[in-house]
Design a protein around this ligand. Structure first.
Ligand code: HEM
Length: 332
């Protein structure tokens, strides 16, 4: 971005100007630099640059007012976008819980089990989940930590935590990307939108009405939305994250700031989406966690939430190799 602007030269204590001006150049060998000239340059929104002999023009910038604007965006706008996304979703989930309560299996547990996810599917899911949760916490520390955590734990502990957090963030990005590719390859075929999804969405998946269970295959429309949010959001996070990991690849401070905003905003939205997912996959819905816990779900749960998938499984067309019997196996 610095290359886009013509320069204002500040040499030997004098301000030699050329219009339009956006840069002030400091002569480092000058006996003194006139402070008022520097202040003037800064107040009019110009960057102050020195003279350098290396070919990287960014390295010549001493003070960049754009950096101050950026700091305000970082600690203001991004801070509030993150807070609103997370607290907003938590508030919605609390209201949903108070209104609807835990979604029970209407017909009760049957005692018969069906294998829902193979070991490979569960491995990919938990690798994705574990890496995402640590990435989210360490990333949130960069946006919220200084305001919320530092006053609580003090500078020393905050410094140590942030340093370790940065290392964890940089290295866990790789298993996250691996898991993202695995999850995509394993489940994309079950997440192609179809006519049934529209019916499911019109009935809001029966989430708000006891006893209403629109038909669904392996994944219902709500889960497809989660899947595509995770895949698209994860891909955007990966792309912007790689750019931030290798700032040498990013041309200018402006581009670097663009990737940071993209990274932070996508992360905030994705954290909110994943919070809703974690709620439904654990306390929010009876019998759901087993699918990713030991891989087996109760047949009645499956019939209520994924009726067409159960039919397919019972017909033996889609029985995974891991399944112990040709169809459902009784619980102990
Ligand atoms: C402690 C946290 C988590 C729990 C308890 C959990 C639970 C579950 C469960 C039970 C399922 C299967 C639902 C079914 O049988 O239909 C599932 C699926 C899935 N999970 Fe998670 N999960 C967690 C974290 C995550 C995270 C952090 C991500 C992504 C970053 C994620 C992404 C997915 C995706 C894409 C699916 C398939 C689509 C869907 O069912 O919504 N999960 N999860």
């Amino acid at each position: 971005m610095t290359r886009l602007f013509p320069r204002l030269t500040l040499g030997l204590g004098t301000l030699a100007a050329s219009a339009p001006m956006a840069f002030a150049q400091v002569n480092p060998t000058a006996d003194s630099v006139r402070e008022d000239a520097l202040m003037q340059a800064l107040q009019s929104g110009q960057a102050v640059t020195g003279r350098i002999t290396i070919p990287d023009p960014n390295a010549a910038v001493l003070i960049d007012p754009g950096g101050r604007d950026w700091a305000i965006t970082h600690s203001g706008t991004l801070f509030w976008i993150t807070i609103v996304a997370i607290l907003g979703m938590l508030a919605l989930l609390v209201v949903f819980y108070l209104v609807r309560g835990r979604i029970r299996i209407d017909s009760g547990f049957s005692g018969r089990k069906i294998l829902r996810f193979t070991m490979l599917e569960r491995f990919a899911h938990w690798l994705l989940a574990f890496s995402f949760i640590i990435l989210a916490l360490t990333g949130l520390n960069l946006i919220l930590g200084r305001a919320l955590l530092l006053p609580l734990i003090g500078e020393g502990a905050f410094g140590t935590l942030s340093a370790w957090g940065k290392i964890a963030h940089n290295y866990l990005a790789w298993p996250f990307m691996l898991a993202l590719v695995m999850v995509f390859l394993l489940w994309v075929v079950h997440n192609i939108p179809g006519r049934l999804d529209w019916i499911w969405l019109k009935q809001a998946g029966g989430l708000f009405h006891k006893g209403v269970h629109p038909p669904a295959k392996k994944f219902n429309a709500g889960q497809k939305l989660i899947f595509w949010s995770v895949i698209i959001g994860g891909a955007l996070l990966s792309w912007s994250g790689i750019m931030l990991l290798f700032p040498g690849e990013v041309g200018s401070a402006g581009e670097w700031q663009f990737y940071q905003v993209m990274h932070a905003v996508v992360a905030a939205v994705m954290i909110a989406v994943v919070l809703a997912h974690i709620y439904i996959g654990s306390v929010g819905m009876e019998g759901a966690f087993d699918a990713m816990g030991n891989g087996e779900v109760d047949e009645n749960w499956a019939r209520e939430h994924h009726s067409l998938w159960v039919e397919e499984r019972m017909s033996g067309k889609t029985t995974p190799k891991e399944e112990r019997g040709p169809t459902a196996t009784p619980a102990e």
